[in-house]
Ligand binder design. Structure first.
Ligand SMILES: Nc1ncnc2c1ncn2[C@@H]1O[C@H](COP(=O)(O)OP(=O)(O)OP(=O)(O)O)[C@@H](O)[C@H]1O
Length: 682
């Protein structure tokens, strides 16, 4: 067996299991090894119930003096038991688990593991896991991996299969890093590292395994981009951009003055466009810093000079928003150009029409999603492409364009707050522009972190914003109710708040599982002010721009990473009105609440990313994913900056010695599957 073997080769895996794993993108043994735990469960030292531990996950040791009771209820079956721990009692309850009553024996010692709660009568635990002291002792030595699942999948299933894959591949020993790195770093072998990350005996083992895998991710990412660079730099610039007057006139007509960062970036792009080579430039700017208008103005230079310019958005919603915005600007500023939209959800005949225009008409703005880079699309004279960082124009697409004789300039927009030195490593083949400031008329967003007791007040605040003619977002982590968590879901939430706001307030739901057409229509209605409250999952996170929305309330905020919260908060405060962000904190752990307070302190993405990192405990690697992380599975650009820097230097040394990777066929092979496996488009 090897990394590419199908899951079916593992004994006991049938078609059903195979299909289930395919749903989470796991097809091969290699895939399951890379399906890393989302977090880990620790089994703490058993202790007596204590006021200090209220709200925490604890293990308590004790025994039953009377048998557990099973009660069949109208709505719910419950099992009740009193656990005596020295001179304290913990009342325990389980729902829909009738077999528990038979399982528990009076007088036997048990360890109950779960969250300790306090009610008037005393300590309480809901649904605690039950262990014998012997069994618990075996668990105490390890960290239990917790994986992301899909419906029908259990933690146990994933653990078993991952372990089986690790065992089957125990002999896999391809050299996937250069010798000098292995020797210097003393990394565990690849398979050993994989095992340490899935089934760590302790934190140190986890950290050690993870270090190798993170380094490896960086090494391949950088190696891949350095090799590509060689092919994409130094291409002669075939375009002649002559027309900038119209753009300058348009800048004068804008209802605001461009910031210095915006102006500087535009002039840097202009000198790229007029330079001797085809350029690639990254535009870094915090949420709401006004990157889109800069992209539009650069595109206008291109279109006015006689060519086509395209902007590729990560979602349909965003593509539609750009298309509407661009059309409006063309109309408002008297720009005689057509805006052509191309997205996956358009009908075949609409697409055909778009293809025709793109193939025959110069001087157009082309706006769309990934559909823009499909084989079928033949551009007449595409001279500039703007994309976001996660969906960069792929190598293949660039190749296919250049085969067709086209070498557009590239602009990549990024809101990921990373220091310039790191950006230079990650985007080695690009020039970098940064928009440091927000538009001058922006009033900082007021953020508060609240608990359940202030929910009513929060709704009153939303009511006041709506009364003032504004709109609000409410973000829930889930689409629909889940058995596994109590987190808020969009579907039930909408129904729950309808009576609170009354029939006169129109409320809509939005989530990623909706067909794109429906999503577009809902977003459109919100953008036009027809809907007042939009209850949504994080699909609104990237780039959505409705300046009239002045309040965002984020449910279960403690479940989100700070970088993601910052992106979400950035959906408001985009106009000239005071905006608000309410973070609903359901966490019972103080550490998580402290983390949210950072949002209250600052509106600066850079600062937030740094604080996020500082507040993570040792070993807390997996809690937070920075958004826009270029598709790394484990690596965190900021947290692992030391490894990123090392890998960058190592790649340079490595290529100096063995430019064509002749001595390392394994690395060459890995490199070619790397881009497709990781879906990393470079
Ligand atoms: N200089 C400016 N002064 C005032 N408003 C501006 C300025 N530049 C852009 N805007 C407005 O600010 C809003 C946000 O701009 P834009 O959508 O370009 O931000 P962004 O940087 O792309 O943000 P995000 O990363 O959140 O997508 C838009 O409504 C835009 O019209």
């Amino acid at each position: 067996m090897d990394l590419h073997s199908s899951l079916r080769e593992i004994k006991g895996v049938g078609e059903k299991t195979e299909q289930l794993f395919q749903k989470i993108g796991v097809y091969t043994l290699g895939d399951i090894l890379l399906h890393f735990p989302r977090t880990y469960q620790e089994y703490p030292q058993p202790e007596d119930p204590d006021e200090e531990n209220i709200g925490q996950i604890v293990a308590v040791c004790g025994s039953l003096r009377t048998p557990a009771i099973f009660r069949r209820g109208k709505r719910m079956d419950i099992t009740l038991a009193s656990l005596f721990c020295k001179n304290q009692v913990v009342e325990c309850v389980w729902f829909h688990m009738p077999y528990i009553a038979k399982q528990l024996q009076v007088g036997q010692p048990y360890i109950f593991y779960g969250r300790l709660l306090k009610e008037k009568q005393g300590y309480k635990m809901e649904q605690p896991a039950i262990f014998t002291p012997e069994k618990y002792l075996t668990l105490r030595d390890s960290l239990q991996p917790i994986y992301s699942l899909t419906k029908g999948m259990t933690q146990q299933m994933v653990r078993k299969l991952t372990l089986a894959a690790c065992d089957s591949l125990a002999d896999y020993s391809e050299e996937n890093l250069p010798d000098f790195v292995e020797q210097r770093e003393g990394f565990p072998s690849y398979m050993q590292a994989i095992r340490q990350v899935h089934f760590p005996m302790h934190f140190e083992a986890l950290a050690e395994g993870r270090r190798r895998l993170v380094y490896q991710e960086f090494f391949y990412f950088i190696l891949h981009s350095r090799i590509l660079e060689a092919g994409t730099t130094g291409i002669e610039n075939p375009w002649h951009f002559t027309e900038t007057a119209l753009t300058d006139e348009t800048i004068q007509k804008l209802p605001y003055t461009l910031t210095k960062g915006q102006m500087d970036t535009l002039s840097q792009i202009r000198s790229d466009l007029q330079g001797p080579y085809v350029s690639q430039r990254l535009i870094q700017g915090d949420v709401g810093s006004g990157k889109t208008i800069v992209a539009f103005l650069a595109m206008l230079d291109v279109v006015a000079s006689g060519y086509q310019a395209a902007i590729m958005a990560p979602t349909e919603v965003l593509a539609m928003q750009h298309a509407a915005g661009f059309r409006e600007m063309c109309a408002d500023y008297g720009l005689p150009y057509q805006v052509v939209c191309l997205t996956g959800s358009m009908t075949a005949s609409q697409k055909k029409k778009a293809y025709e225009i793109i193939a025959t008409r110069p001087q157009i703005f082309v706006v769309g999603t990934h559909a823009l880079i499909q084989e079928k699309v033949d551009y007449l004279n595409l001279a500039l492409v703007v994309t976001d960082e996660q969906h960069r124009f792929g190598v293949k697409q660039r190749e296919s364009l250049s085969k067709k004789g086209m070498t557009p300039h590239m602009l990549v927009m990024s809101a990921t707050p990373i220091p310039r030195t790191l950006a230079m490593i990650l985007y080695g083949n690009m020039q970098i522009s940064a928009i440091h400031e927000l538009p001058a008329d922006r009033i900082p967003i007021k953020t508060c972190v609240i608990k359940e007791d202030l929910r009513q007040k929060a709704y009153e605040m939303i009511g006041r914003e709506l009364a003032g003619g504004h709109q609000a977002y409410i973000i829930c982590p889930l689409v629909e109710a889940s058995e596994q968590t109590e987190a808020e879901n969009v579907t039930d939430y909408v129904e729950r708040i309808r009576p609170i706001f009354g029939a006169q307030v129109s409320i809509a739901a939005l989530h990623g599982k909706m067909p794109p057409k429906e999503k577009n229509a809902i977003m459109q209605a919100f953008a036009e002010g027809k809907t007042q409250i939009l209850v949504s999952t994080t699909v609104v996170e990237v780039g959505v721009n409705v300046p009239n929305a002045t309040l965002i309330m984020i449910e279960d905020a403690n479940r989100f990473g700070l970088a993601q919260l910052h992106q979400l908060r950035g959906r408001v405060g985009r106009g000239k009105w005071q905006s608000y962000c309410i973070l609903m904190d359901k966490s019972k752990e103080k550490k998580k609440t402290d983390r949210l307070e950072v949002m209250h302190k600052s509106n600066d993405g850079f600062f937030i990313a740094q604080e996020d990192l500082r507040l993570r405990g040792p070993g807390d690697f997996f809690g937070i994913r920075q958004s826009g992380e270029l598709g790394f599975r484990l690596a965190d650009i900021i947290g692992d900056a030391d490894l990123l820097q090392k890998a960058s230097q190592d790649v340079a040394d490595f290529l100096k010695e063995d430019e064509s990777l002749e001595n390392y066929p394994a690395i060459r092979k890995n490199l070619s599957s790397f881009a497709s496996d990781n879906n990393m488009i470079l």
